[in-house]
Design a protein around this ligand. Structure first.
Ligand code: PMP
Length: 324
């Protein structure tokens, strides 16, 4: 039996880290102080130590499954419906039946936060093909496995949000959409992990992945944007990127900041000569980028539009969302 535990790279083990780059908002609820953690697993809440799945689960054997990472801020679950919709779309494409309605999924996420006394949290919802045999035939898996972990997350230090991130382009290309479409948020993240390993080995926190034709796609767990004049540019989904929910939020916010948004094919040259660059993701939020492959981006510090977007994003996360 394998334990469904928090990964050391993405989820904090002790559950004490504040949301990256943010002060924890004062909440009336008591936040969990470590210790007991309850995990939703196949219809009931169990202690973390009992949250185990079979070694015959095809999520583990083959990465055959889908997932979502969701955030709550001050008791408001941000873009919850959008995350559940994307989960169902990913599942539909891989012909995996989610054994719950969307409304039930919303409730399970809310309950997971409530039962763990979390108002500011990170929620991981996972649906795998379930337990089968050693062959990869999904028909052998009778029942999908569903689990939900509610915890805290911190990807980068506060300093990094203030000073900006340095990126490196890596040799590992993003999955070709015709083979494994990055719009499917599947449990198979080896493409991203290989790129992450290259970045970390070279002494960088995050990697830019290119398409097979050399266009910029995304980072290992974030979408990428550049600002050029009054334009906000990001690669189009067809080049092979996840249609990020934070990406969409930023695109929606851009109009109010008088930035003209467009999805365009971008080269490394476009990135090097951008005025500003930043990454977006549920866990990372908005991360300023100040250097790429040794080239300084803009003034070498987080740019004014990036800062305004971070501010606007913070505001929207405090007011929008599904209340616990
Ligand atoms: N790209 C990849 C590969 C990701 O894993 C993520 C994180 N889910 C993102 C982009 C950002 O997507 P979102 O804003 O929906 O979290």
């Amino acid at each position: 039996m394998a334990t469904a535990r928090a990964s050391t790279t993405s989820l904090t083990a002790n559950g004490t880290a504040a949301a990256a780059g943010r002060q924890p908002s004062g909440s009336p609820r008591k936040e969990r102080q470590g210790g007991s953690m309850k995990i939703y697993l196949n219809g009931k809440f169990v202690e973390k130590s009992e949250a185990t799945v079979s070694v015959f689960d095809h999520g583990l054997l083959y990465g055959d499954g889908v997932f979502e990472g969701i955030r709550s801020y001050g008791g408001l679950v941000f873009k919850l419906r959008e995350h559940i919709d994307r989960l169902f779309e990913s599942a539909h494409t891989i012909m995996l039946r989610v054994p719950h309605t969307k409304d039930e999924c919303v409730e399970i996420v809310k309950q997971s936060l409530r039962i763990n006394h979390l108002t500011d949290g990170y929620i991981r919802m996972v649906v795998t093909r379930g337990t089968g045999d050693l062959g990869l035939d999904p028909r052998k898996c009778a029942q999908p496995t569903v689990f939900v972990i509610a915890d805290k997350i911190r990807l980068y230090s506060k300093k990094l949000y203030e000073e900006g991130l340095s990126l490196i382009t890596v040799a590992t290309q993003r999955n070709v959409p015709e083979a494994l479409n990055p719009q499917i948020k599947s449990l198979n993240y080896l493409n991203n992990i290989l790129a992450k390993i290259e970045a970390v080995t070279a002494g960088f926190e995050e990697a830019i992945m290119l398409s097979s034709s050399g266009y910029v796609t995304e980072c290992t767990g974030e979408n990428i944007f550049i600002v050029k004049g009054k334009r906000l540019l990001t690669p189009p989904p067809y080049i092979g990127v996840l249609r990020g929910i934070t990406r969409q939020t930023v695109m929606d916010l851009a109009a109010s900041l008088k930035l003209q948004v467009s999805e365009e094919l971008l080269t490394r040259h476009d990135l090097f000569n951008a005025d500003e660059c930043f990454l977006t993701g549920t866990a990372a939020e908005i991360v300023p980028v100040v250097s790429i492959d040794g080239r300084t981006i803009g003034q070498g510090k987080p740019g004014p539009s990036t800062k305004r977007l971070i501010e606007a994003f913070r505001k929207v996360t405090q007011t929008d969302g599904v209340r616990l």
